[in-house]
Design a protein around this ligand. Structure first.
Ligand SMILES: Cc1cc2nc3c(=O)[nH]c(=O)nc-3n(C[C@H](O)[C@H](O)[C@H](O)COP(=O)(O)OP(=O)(O)OC[C@H]3O[C@@H](n4cnc5c(N)ncnc54)[C@H](O)[C@@H]3O)c2cc1C
Length: 596
């Protein structure tokens, strides 16, 4: 059975030593978020995830969700764990106090999400979707809807879903067929079928609030004609409690590769009463509030799975005795050396360590910028923070989930054949991680978002600011010769990123297939530079301390070594990606369909 220890110390290092999260408590509304409060919330979150959620992960996978006559039963223990989760106020951690939330920074919510995803990815899908739906309703609905639904959602007694996908459309939502017909009393009758709806039905909450994309009768075609509706499972009665059943029912659940304890539902809407969220035909814009939050949340799923797989593989690699070290016996008292002596095993473990620690730092920087965007009094700072989050969202979604799967597989590999055996839990991590590359917009579509939307946004302002920040970090590091073997490779990879950006500007507009063919390589280079930047920041924070911090010398020294590993063994991938990118799309497009 796998184990899990939440990386609270890592968060302390990132928040206190690298990113100055102390500044959070200077933002209006976050005065309570002092470093002490943040530390104690993280400790409590860790305890809950380690002791309540993690033990349910393996049995939850074996049992899965059960569908019966329109109802869904989650695995044994999930309801009790969910009640503990909501009872302790975790659901409302970052929700606005105006609607009953605790109003703590989103940065903290991100950290908690990582712990949840490591401990029990399936469980995390239920509160995660409620969070996303909360944000979309708060940003776009009228006050009457907000005050009726949001306090219940912040408490977690009512949950949220996102209903986009239909049998014939996932990526191309312009094709949706679900209809919304005005009822004449300010509500709409929603009719249609949605598939793959996570948490569409479950036994954890008293009501379920579906956010549904549908088309009005006179809507323009394509995504310009999509509206967003709030459709509750039970219509709230005059006291705001669940009343009459609405015309929405779960027709079945999917039997799938992983996250088996997360209910994936077919939802049938049959003239269900719905309320418009945002203006008619503005549904995609409103839904993007939820989708962007969900994309970041799914990225964190990749990080969470990579971390828990890494932790278990590390324990195994220190314990498993096979063969002898190539440079002489390391454990003479044992019949063989532990496999961690072998260079290739170490390379795999270091790759996982370098990814998870770098990714965690970048996620925290994005979290801090979400909080700045929400709370900073200066509109220019807000704008810059929003730009940063928007630019990094597809990078985090796609890179973290690609790496989540890759890391889970590599960590499974550390177990040899035992990795394939269920009781070790590693094969579950591989199966669970796989969905993260697919849902919330498949990763290729994230790359198109980065290249097609985010780069040209506002005349390139977000990407210019991002480049300026990376450049400034490299320049500042030049004063420190000890960091040259980290900043040098970063400068090389950064040069490739700038050249790739120029190549796209030159070729992508003239021929959109060039942009489409280059997008995945481009996103990878962007991600490598982003994490390289984080590693340079972490190395700068650690290197002064490595000599001075009693008791933590090993810790800071390990940071320096991992930073060098990332710079020297991982960043060079930017070169091969750049070569592939600039080879262009002709080689992809010249093959006739029948020649494949
Ligand atoms: C377990 C699970 C849970 C889910 N939860 C939800 C949920 O809660 N709510 C919800 O609405 N949906 C949900 N989904 C649906 C999910 O978001 C979609 O499956 C996903 O967006 C992809 O859509 P699709 O399956 O129709 O694939 P398609 O759109 O048919 O795509 C197939 C392939 O073609 C590629 N492709 C398509 N268009 C392009 C393009 N323009 N350029 C390059 N490549 C392209 C894609 O990358 C993909 O690899 C869930 C799915 C699963 C399996």
């Amino acid at each position: 059975m796998p184990s899990y220890k939440a990386p609270v110390d890592e968060y302390r290092f990132i928040l206190n030593d690298v990113l100055d999260a102390g500044a959070l408590s200077h933002l209006p509304g976050y005065e309570d978020a002092t470093p002490d409060v943040i530390a104690s919330v993280l400790d409590e979150a860790a305890k809950f995830c380690e002791t309540v959620l993690q033990p349910l992960n393996l049995p939850g996978d074996a049992e899965g969700c059960i569908y019966e006559n329109g109802t869904v039963r989650t695995p044994a223990g999930f309801k009790e764990a969910y009640d503990q989760y909501t009872g302790a106020g975790w659901q409302g951690l970052s929700c606005s106090p105006d609607y009953g939330g605790q109003g703590l920074p989103h940065t903290l919510g991100f950290a908690m999400e990582e712990f949840i995803c490591s401990a029990n990815l399936s469980f995390g899908t239920y509160p995660g979707l409620t969070n996303g739906a909360f944000g979309a309703i708060e940003a776009h609905a009228v006050e009457e809807l907000k005050s009726r639904y949001l306090p219940k959602m912040a408490a977690g007694t009512w949950s949220g879903t996102m209903c986009l996908t239909e049998p014939h459309c996932g990526t191309d939502l312009g094709l949706i067929k679900t209809r919304a017909v005005p009822s004449g009393n300010g509500t709409y009758k929603i009719t249609g079928t949605k598939i793959f709806i996570t948490a569409g039905e479950q036994d954890l909450t008293r009501n379920i609030v579906h956010l549904v994309l549908a088309k009005l009768p006179d809507a323009p075609s394509g995504t310009k004609g999509i509206s967003l509706f709030l459709v509750p499972k039970f219509l709230p009665d005059e006291n705001g409690e669940p009343g009459m059943r609405n015309g929405v029912r779960c027709g079945s659940i999917e039997h799938k590769m992983g996250i088996k304890a997360s209910a994936t539902c077919v939802m049938n809407f049959d003239e269900a009463a719905g309320w418009l969220v945002a203006a008619p035909n503005q549904g995609m814009r409103a839904m993007f509030t939820m989708m962007n939050a969900a994309r970041l949340g799914v990225g964190i799923q990749g990080l969470g799975i990579a971390e828990v797989a890494r932790q278990n593989a590390l324990i195994y690699a220190k314990d498993r005795l096979q063969g002898r070290s190539l440079t002489g016996v390391k454990a003479p008292d044992k019949p063989a050396d532990p496999i961690i002596v072998h260079p290739d095993v170490r390379k795999n473990l270091l790759e996982a360590k370098a990814f998870t620690e770098g990714a965690r730092a970048l996620a925290m920087l994005v979290g801090l910028n979400i909080d700045r965007a929400h709370r900073h009094p200066d509109p220019a700072v807000k704008q810059e923070a929003n730009d940063f989050v928007a630019l990094l969202t597809p990078v985090i979604k796609a890179y973290y989930t690609d790496m989540g799967v890759e890391t889970a597989i590599k960590m499974q590999q550390m177990y040899g054949g035992h990795g394939y055996i269920r009781e070790w839990g590693m094969e579950q991590f591989v199966r669970d991680a796989r969905i993260s590359m697919l849902y919330e917009g498949a990763n290729a579509v994230q790359a198109l978002d980065l290249v097609g939307r985010k780069l040209p946004q506002d005349g390139g302002r977000p990407v210019r600011n991002f480049f300026a920040s990376v450049q400034a970090e490299i320049e500042e590091a030049k004063a420190e010769p000890n960091l040259a073997d980290i900043s040098g490779p970063l400068a090389d990879a950064f040069a490739k990123l700038q050249q790739a950006t120029a190549w796209l500007a030159q070729n992508g507009f003239a021929n959109p297939d060039e942009a489409g063919g280059a997008a995945t390589d481009y996103l990878r280079i962007f991600a490598l530079v982003s994490l390289g930047w984080m590693w340079l920041k972490m190395a700068r924070a650690a290197h002064g301390k490595a000599a001075s911090a009693d008791g933590l010398v090993q810790y800071y020294d390990a940071k320096m070594k991992t930073a060098r590993f990332f710079a020297q063994k991982i960043l060079p991938e930017a070169n091969s990606r750049y070569l592939s990118l600039t080879a262009g799309s002709k080689i992809l497009m010249e093959m006739a369909t029948e020649q494949f």
